[in-house]
Design a protein around this ligand. Structure first.
Ligand SMILES: [Zn+2]
Length: 112
């Protein structure tokens, strides 16, 4: 069996497996969550507490970054792919959108 067939088979298998065990798994997780409610809550709380400082630092850092680079982030640039005008800060995000990918001139449809 070559690799592609193998992959396809495996995918089919998992799909079927997932379909068949969906309800089962749902029940299982539900039960697990019920039974471990306290433990999970405690864990969540602890996690939240432990990461509070880190989270706050992160927020401050991103705010500082934004303040420092405000002008640059808000600067409008033309996307080299679809020629839309977007903010420099969201250019990389924009490039992953359907709009950009479907209008691409750098990577025309069907060319790759
Ligand atoms: Zn674009």
């Amino acid at each position: 069996m070559d690799n592609t067939t193998n992959k396809k088979c495996r995918k089919e298998y998992y799909k079927k497996y997932n379909e068949e065990n969906k309800e089962c798994r749902k029940e299982y997780y539900k039960k697990y969550n019920e039974e471990n409610k306290d433990k999970l809550n405690k864990y969540k709380k602890e996690y939240y507490e432990n990461n509070k400082e880190y989270r706050e630092k992160n927020i401050i850092r991103s705010k500082e970054y934004y303040e420092k680079n405000k002008e640059k982030i808000k600067e409008k640039v033309e996307c080299d792919n679809c020629k839309s005008v977007v903010c420099l800060g969201s250019l990389s995000k924009h490039k992953k959108t359907k709009k950009c990918m479907n209008n691409g001139v750098t990577y025309p449809r069907g060319d790759y």
